[in-house]
Design a protein around this ligand. Structure first.
Ligand SMILES: Cc1cc2nc3c(=O)[nH]c(=O)nc-3n(C[C@H](O)[C@H](O)[C@H](O)COP(=O)(O)O)c2cc1C
Length: 367
């Protein structure tokens, strides 16, 4: 951490936004009601969406003062990808709703920030177009549906385009029951999510939307894993059982996720499930988490609960809506600066010093 970066974030000179909250407010102002319902909404009664946020608030820090902390070390490596700080942007489908260049802006901003994006398959833009938007490392996200050969064809396209790793989302055999958009009689227009499906591939995507389901099993995943040459993450693990199956299928990393409360409602909060997954995995593969991360101290809590890195979903989409790569760059600077400030205030110099002993359930939550 340099002090100049910090000072810029706190007393911005020429910075477009002084706080992350300003970015969220700008996104709300800029988006129309349909796009806002898609971005901000969850599934069903939105219990999981709320619980993700509430679970983070239940944890408090146990600081270690006079630890002689000066020069922070926040860089890390995740599935072979170097990150300046332990954050990736989460995949955001329907990206053209939020910015006319969608995930191309995400690719540009993450490269500037020294981190990596997980790029959604369900994009307005082809994966090749997004790949060309920056030189930075990228992860390509695909869904666990359709014929394995169709999946592998898309995966191989991603490898040819230079993606460093793949991420398969398992909690989306069909779309969640998204009532906010339903009550507006709104369906995300096909051109916003079909950039990767020239003709044939669209059939699987249509099946997904129509509630057809997926015939994939862990064995399907193990088979495709064996036929891939880049690291494969699995996104959507929430239990010890699925974590064990994922490791058994040969995956290279796990993302603890409930899709930001957008798929099955009434799933537990990700921060409540993270320790269970971490304890099951026992370091055999790295563990990422997403859900409810809105500020730097949330990143620190997730790491304290055992995550190696976090993914940020709505934060990314809101920043795109607030002003594309410029706003997302500002958001990532602010996120990093607050994360580093929190580390320093809590007396932890490097990521290695962050463990479960630095958080406790707040008294109210423990009752
Ligand atoms: C607008 C929107 C689109 C999303 N599209 C995808 C997607 O295409 N694939 C996927 O795996 N997850 C998708 N997600 C889920 C995110 O990747 C991530 O799991 C979730 O947003 C994390 O929670 P958070 O929004 O509270 O950070 C989407 C989320 C949002 C908000």
């Amino acid at each position: 951490m340099t002090h100049s970066t910090d000072e810029q974030a706190i007393e911005p000179s020429g910075e477009p936004f002084a706080t992350l909250e300003e970015i969220y407010v700008r996104a709300r102002e800029r988006l129309d009601a349909d796009a806002w319902a898609v971005l901000d909404g969850g599934a069903g009664a939105e219990q999981t969406l709320r619980d993700n946020l509430a679970a983070l608030r239940r944890w408090s820090f146990r600081p270690k003062y006079l630890s002689g902390v000066t020069n922070l070390i926040t860089s890390t490596t995740f599935v072979g990808i170097d990150l300046a700080f332990p954050v990736l942007t989460a995949p955001i489908g329907g990206d053209g709703l939020f910015h006319e260049r969608g995930q191309c802006e995400t690719a540009a901003a993450t490269a500037m920030a020294g981190i990596a994006p997980v790029i959604s398959e369900a994009s307005r833009f082809s994966l090749e177009t997004v790949a060309a938007a920056s030189d930075g490392p990228k992860v390509m996200q695909l869904h666990a549906w359709g014929e394995p050969d169709e999946f592998l064809a898309l995966a191989q396209r991603a490898c040819r385009a230079g993606y460093a790793a793949l991420c398969v989302t398992i909690d989306c055999p069909t779309l969640g029951w998204r009532e906010r958009a339903m009550s507006r009689r709104y369906l995300v227009p096909e051109e916003q999510w079909s950039g990767n499906y020239p003709a044939t591939g669209a059939s699987a995507a249509h099946r997904l939307i129509s509630g057809f389901g997926s015939d994939w099993t862990w064995e399907t995943l193990a088979q495709v894993r064996r036929r891939l040459e880049v690291p494969l993450l699995v996104k959507g693990v929430l239990t010890a059982e699925d974590a064990e199956l994922a490791v058994g299928a040969g995956v290279d990393g796990i993302v603890v996720s409930n899709h930001g409360g957008r798929q099955l409602d009434c799933l537990p909060a990700t921060m409540d499930q993270l320790p269970e997954v971490v304890d099951t995995v026992r370091g055999r593969v790295p563990v990422a988490v997403d859900g409810g991360i809105r500020r730097g101290s949330d990143v620190l809590k997730a790491l304290a609960l055992g995550a190696d890195v976090v993914l940020v979903g709505r934060l990314t989409a809101m920043a795109l809506a607030a002003g594309g790569a410029v706003a997302l760059s500002a958001a990532l600077r602010l996120l990093r600066a607050e994360f580093e400030r929190s580390m320093l205030l809590a007396g932890r110099r490097s990521l290695k010093d962050i463990d479960r002993s630095m958080v406790r359930l707040s008294a109210a939550a423990a009752q």
